[in-house]
Ligand binder design. Structure first.
Ligand code: M6R
Length: 612
C-alpha cells in the first residue's frame, strides 16, 4: 500500500516522479504529493488521484533534479491534503514519504512534543520525520546517519525516502517489511516501491533488504548500510520486464486487458514445465526439495483474498491427485492462532504481489517453527519470493487492475502442475490418467480463447442483472472456490453485495434470501456432481430466483430452466476452475462498467496490502 518514488540525477525530477506515481497508483490512490529540492525545498500535495496533483503543480515552479513522491492508501488519518505525503519536520529542512505503519508512533510523538515539536497531520509518518530532525539537530549529523539512528527507535513496517534541503546532493531510502528498490541509470538513480516508475530508464536494480539504509549521491553512487551501521555491498540485478506490460494497449481497463491475456499467461505458467509428448511435469523449485515434499506430513497453504481462493483449489488438487493432506488458512488467522507446525510440514504461500504483510508474517512464523516454506508468487524478486526456501513463479507479468484475474489462473495452473508432479512421484494416479490431465492442461489456453469469444453475450447478461443489490454464487467440489472468487470479484469492483457458497449448503440458510430479486450464479460444469447441482438449480427456480448458469457446451437440463446460460468447453474435472472462472470475471467486469464504477481502482482498496 502506498507508492514511493525518488529521483536524483541530471534530468528534471518533477515529470519523472509524477509519471512514476501514475504507474504506482495501483498501490493507493487517495492522495498524492511531491517534494523537490531546488534552491530550497518545495512541497506540493493534494487529496485525490495523481491527476489532481499534476493539475495543481502545472503553474508552479517544480524545477530541480532531486525529489521524492508518494501516492497514498490511508491508514492513520483520513485522506485529505494535510495527511498526504511528503511530511516535514518543524525546521523546514526535511521531507519524507513513507509506506507502512510506525506502530510506536504515539509514544514517540509524546516524547517529541515534550521537546517542543508541533504536528500538523494525523499520520504516524509525520512522527518519523520529526524524529529524524531531532536526532539530526542533536548531533549535527549527516542525513543518512540521522535516518539510521531514527529507524533504530521505530517499531513497525516502513519503506521511506527522505530529502534534506541542506544536503541537496543526497537521496536516502530505507526499508523494513515494505518493498523498496533502487534503479541504477546512467549517472542517475531512482527509488521505487517497484520498478515500474523507472523501467523506461533502467532495468538495473538493487532490491533493498530489511533494515538496509541506502544513501545515494551522484559523487559516490549507491551506498548501503544496515541499521547496525555495517556497510553492505549492493547486489545489482537486471530485470526481464517490458514497459508494454505496464500499458493498457488499447483496452478500456487494465482488468479487461488482463482477463484477455489469460490464454497467454496460462501458457507462460506452463512453459518448459509440462510436455504431454514426454509425459512430464517438472517444477524446478519442487525438484530441489522433492524428498521433503514426498515425505511431508501435510501441506499448509497460507494466502489472502483471491490467492486464498486459488489455495482452496490447490487443496482439492493436491489431496485428490497426490493424496497429501492439505490445509488452507487465511494468512492473517494462521499467524495469530499459535499453529502446530513441525519440520515435516510444508507451508506454501500464494501471493500475486509477493508483498502481502499477513502472508509474509505467516511465512516468517512457519520458518521459525522449522517448516519448509515454498512460494507461489507472481512478482519477481518480491519479499515473499526472497524469503522462501524454494518456489515457483507464475510468470503472469505485472497485474495492475486491483481485481486479480490473470494471477488467479496463473496460481491455479502452477498448483495443478505441483499436484500432478507430486502425484507422479508418489504414484497416486495411473499413468493413463496422468497423461489425460497433462494433455487436457495443454488445451486449456485455447479453451479460454473460446470462452472469451462469449464476451458480447456475457455483456448482455450483465446489463440484465446489473441493478440487483445482492448476488449468490454457488458451486460444488472444484467449483466451490470458484463461487467464492466470483463473489469477491463482484463485491470489490461493483460494490454489489455477493456471497459464495457450496451449492448444497444453500438449503442450510441462504435459501431464505432467494426471491425474484436475487440473481444466483451457478457453476455446473463438474460431471461428478451434475445431478445434484441440477436439483439445486431447481430449488432456486422454485423460489423464483434468477439463475445465471455456467454449463458445459450442449448441456440441456439447466439450459431449459435457467434465465441465462453461458456455455463453456468441457474439460477434466480437476481443471474446470481454469475455465469456469473466466465468465465470472467478465460478468463482474461488465456489471461494474455498467454501474459506472472505477474498475481498475475501486474505492478503499489497493493492489498490494503491505499493512496488517
Ligand atoms: O498480492 P496477493 O495475492 O498476496 O494479494 C492478496 C489479496 O490482497 C488480493 O488477492 C485481493 O483480494 C484482490 N483485490 C482480489 O482481487
Amino acid at each position: 500500500m502506498c507508492g514511493i518514488v525518488g529521483y536524483i540525477g541530471h534530468r528534471q525530477a518533477d515529470e519523472l516522479i509524477i509519471k512514476g506515481l501514475e504507474r504506482l497508483e495501483y498501490r493507493g490512490y487517495d492522495s498524492a504529493g511531491i517534494a523537490i529540492i531546488n534552491n530550497g525545498l518545495a512541497i506540493f500535495k493534494k487529496a485525490g488521484k495523481v491527476k489532481a496533483l499534476r493539475k495543481m503543480i502545472k503553474t508552479s515552479d517544480t524545477s530541480g533534479t532531486l525529489g521524492i513522491g508518494h501516492t497514498r492508501w490511508a491508514t492513520h488519518g483520513e485522506p485529505n491534503d494535510k495527511n498526504a505525503h511528503p511530511h516535514m519536520g518543524n525546521n523546514g529542512r526535511l521531507a519524507l514519504v513513507h509506506n507502512g505503519i510506525i506502530e510506536n508512533y504515539a509514544v514517540l510523538k509524546s516524547a517529541l512534543m515534550a521537546e517542543g515539536h508541533t504536528f500538523s497531520s494525523d499520520t504516524d509518518t509525520e512522527v518519523l520525520v520529526h524524529l529524524i530532525e531531532e536526532i539530526q539537530k542533536e548531533g549535527n549529523l549527516a542525513l543518512e546517519e540521522a535516518v539510521r539512528l531514527a529507524l533504530n527507535r521505530v517499531e513497525g513496517a516502513y519503506a521511506i525516502a527522505v530529502v534534506d534541503r541542506n544536503n541537496p546532493g543526497i537521496l536516502v531510502g530505507a526499508r523494513k517489511q515494505s518493498p523498496l528498490l533502487v534503479g541504477i541509470g546512467d549517472n542517475e538513480f531512482f527509488i521505487g516501491s517497484d520498478a515500474s516508475p523507472f523501467l523506461d530508464s533502467t532495468k538495473r536494480v538493487v532490491y533493498l533488504e530489511d533494515g538496509q539504509v541506502a544513501c545515494i549521491s551522484l559523487e559516490k553512487g549507491l551506498q548501503l548500510r544496515n541499521t547496525a551501521n555495517e556497510e553492505q555491498p549492493p547486489f545489482i540485478q537486471t530485470l526481464d520486464l517490458q514497459i508494454e506490460a505496464l500499458e493498457k494497449e488499447g483496452y478500456e481497463h487494465f482488468m479487461l486487458k488482463e482477463i484477455y491475456e489469460q490464454p497467454k499467461t496460462i501458457l507462460d505458467a506452463m512453459r518448459g514445465r509440462i510436455s504431454s509428448k514426454e509425459s512430464r511435469v517438472t517444477l524446478r523449485g519442487l525438484e530441489e526439495y522433492a524428498n521433503r515434499f514426498v515425505r511431508a506430513n501435510r501441506i499448509i497453504i497460507v494466502a489472502c483474498g483471491t490467492s486464498y481462493h486459488s489455495g482452496l483449489i490447490g487443496e482439492y488438487l493436491i489431496e485428490d491427485l497426490a493424496r497429501i493432506p492439505v490445509e488452507v488458512e487465511y494468512a492473517s488467522e494462521f499467524r495469530y492462532r499459535n499453529p502446530i507446525l513441525s519440520e515435516r510440514d510444508i507451508v506454501i504461500a500464494i501471493s500475486q504481489s509477493g508483498e502481502t504483510a499477513d502472508t509474509m508474517a505467516a511465512l516468517e512464523l512457519a520458518k521459525q517453527k522449522g517448516a519448509m516454506i515454498y512460494g507461489i508468487v507472481n512478482s519477481v524478486g518480491s519479499s515473499i519470493a526472497r524469503l522462501t526456501d524454494a518456489g515457483s513463479y507464475i510468470h503472469a507479468g505485472p497485474e495492475i487492475g486491483v481485481a486479480s484475474t490473470k494471477a488467479f489462473t496463473g496460481q491455479v495452473t502452477v498448483l495443478t502442475l505441483l499436484a500432478l508432479s507430486l502425484a507422479r512421484k508418489l504414484s497416486t494416479i495411473s499413468n493413463t490418467y496422468f497423461q489425460t490431465l497433462v494433455r487436457e492442461l495443454e488445451l486449456i489456453p485455447s479453451k479460454v480463447e473460446e470462452i472469451l469469444k462469449e464476451n458480447d453475450h456475457i455483456k448482455y447478461i450483465a446489463k440484465e442483472v446489473k441493478d440487483h443489490h445482492n448476488a449468490l454464487y454457488l458451486g460444488r467440489g472444484y467449483n466451490f472456490p470458484v463461487a467464492l472468487e466470483g463473489a469477491l470479484k463482484l463485491k470489490e469492483i461493483s460494490y454489489v453485495h455477493a456471497e459464495g457458497y457450496p451449492a448444497a449448503e444453500m438449503k442450510h440458510g441462504p435459501i431464505a434470501l432467494i426471491d425474484e430479486n436475487m440473481p444466483v450464479y451457478v457453476t455446473a460444469t463438474n460431471k461428478s456432481a451434475y445431478d445434484k447441482i441440477v436439483s439445486n438449480v431447481q430449488e432456486v427456480v422454485a423460489r423464483k430466483g434468477r439463475v445465471i448458469a455456467i454449463v458445459n457446451k450442449g448441456e440441456k437440463l439447466i439450459a431449459k430452466i435457467a434465465d441465462h446460460v453461458i456455455e463453456i468447453p468441457s474439460t477434466e474435472e480437476p481443471l474446470t476452475p481454469l475455465l469456469s472462472v473466466i465468465p465470472l470475471q467478465l460478468l463482474s467486469y461488465h456489471i461494474a462498467v455498467e454501474l459506472g464504477r472505477n474498475v481498475d481502482q475501486p474505492r478503499n482498496l489497493a493492489k498490494s496490502v503491505t499493512v496488517e
